[in-house]
Design a protein around this ligand. Structure first.
Ligand code: PMP
Length: 397
């Protein structure tokens, strides 16, 4: 039977750079111990106090259909949090609760793009972005950044890509690079959106994972609140990846329409999950800091290890649970290096190529295993890279 063009072309074709990940999973299934530094998921589980709140809500009967836009308590809590952190007046009318940030990304593009519209995104990018845009019927157009610019988009690249586009998707703190957009970059992003009448879709799911500097939400910039949809999630801030709870914050007229979309697609998020999210978000900043702490620690460990060698370069990053490493001195591309590392040392990392062309020659390391094992794996990775680089130099001579 015929399947729609939309669904059969979702992945864009070609190699998606996820071969290393699947090979690692296959090795594990066959009984090989593999150190996985691949997926962006905490090595801790959801906090017992959040689970207890979920349990209370579920056994207390909150298991029926929940209000499609989200329960009032959660919409209010998310609105108050955003208002307090950004200074932008925000009420429940600005908030739609979604089954995670991924569903929010899809809904946001559905809300602003007509079929065939051009939706911009920044390369390197979180792996689902082009497919999400295609799923919404729009055409993805990448704005390619450079390692030398810490993968921040240049103003001229933004201005060049913008004419004729409908939306621009940015992500700070960034997956895969860990880079946090500075004020100047966000000012250029905002200017581009105003100049070219673009919607800004701002993926801020890592907003609690900032190790240096501060997270700035572009919705707070002049003239942006009316043209910005912010994507938020409980997944990273509260180690609730499996609970599927996130949100879109935006202008009430957009949220009203997005509620229509939710009615006809997801039909809301489980009430007991939303109750648990209210509990988590009102539990105080300490809980968020506790959940983020292991990544902060491991980043410090990584900095110390990387400072002792000169073969692997670190992209200067300030947030999120990842490190983007430049392994071009080895003479291999990201995929080649990641494959060799997996086969030789049973350490799995993501090739930069999995996140777009800009990150070729790099690898992404997720800081998602216990400290000692993480430090040991990173040290081994550096030694392996140094050996390859030495070989590479010999060959070149
Ligand atoms: N955006 C980014 C940048 C991500 O890394 C992820 C998950 N890895 C998501 C959105 C989606 O997260 P979730 O659906 O779990 O909220």
């Amino acid at each position: 039977m015929h399947l729609s063009q939309r669904i059969t072309t979702l992945n864009g074709g070609g190699s998606d750079g996820w071969g290393v990940f699947y090979r690692a999973r296959q090795m594990i299934a066959e009984g090989t111990a593999v150190t996985e530094l691949t997926i962006g998921e905490h090595d801790i589980r959801t906090h017992p106090s959040i689970l207890a709140a979920m349990d209370r809500a579920a056994t207390g009967g909150h298991t029926g259909y929940a209000m499609v836009p989200g329960i009032a308590a959660l919409r209010d809590t998310v609105a108050a949090r955003i208002h307090a952190r950004t200074g932008v007046p925000t009420t429940r009318d600005n908030i739609l609760i979604t089954p995670g940030g991924q569903a929010a990304l899809f809904a946001a593009h559905m809300a602003v793009c007509d079929p065939g519209d051009t939706a911009l995104f920044i390369d390197p990018y979180y792996a689902t972005y082009p497919g999400t845009i295609r799923a919404a019927g729009a055409r993805p157009r990448a704005i390619v950044t450079r390692a030398a610019d810490a993968f921040l988009p240049r103003p001229e690249a933004l201005a060049q890509a913008a004419p004729g586009a409908t939306s621009l998707l940015i992500n700070s703190p960034n997956n895969p690079t860990g880079v946090v957009y500075d004020r100047a970059t966000l000012a250029h992003v905002a200017q581009t959106c105003r100049d070219h009448d673009l919607w800004l879709i701002s993926d801020e799911v890592y907003d609690t994972q900032v190790w240096e500097g501060e997270h700035l939400s572009p919705r707070a910039l002049p003239g942006l609140a009316d043209r910005t949809l912010v994507i938020g999630s409980m997944s990273k801030s509260h180690a609730m990846t499996g609970s599927r709870c996130g949100w879109i914050a935006g202008p009430p007229e957009a949220i009203e329409r997005l509620i229509d979309l939710a009615t006809n697609t997801t039909y809301g998020v489980p009430g007991f999950v939303q109750d648990a999210a209210v509990f988590a978000l009102t539990a105080g900043d300490e809980l968020e800091a506790e959940i983020a702490a292991p990544f902060r620690r491991r980043r410090q460990l990584a900095h110390a290890i990387l400072a002792r060698q000169s073969c692997v370069g670190l992209i200067p990053s300030q947030g999120a649970m990842y490190l983007m490493l430049d392994i071009r001195a080895t003479g291999l591309d990201g995929e080649g290096f990641a494959t060799a590392l997996l086969e030789t040392h049973h350490i799995a990392v993501m090739p930069g190529e999995s996140f777009g062309s800009a990150a070729a020659g790099h690898i992404r390391v997720a800081m998602t295993i216990e400290d000692d094992a993480f430090a040991a794996a990173l040290s081994r990775l550096c030694t392996f890279a140094a050996d390859l680089a030495a070989l590479n130099t010999q060959v070149a001579q």
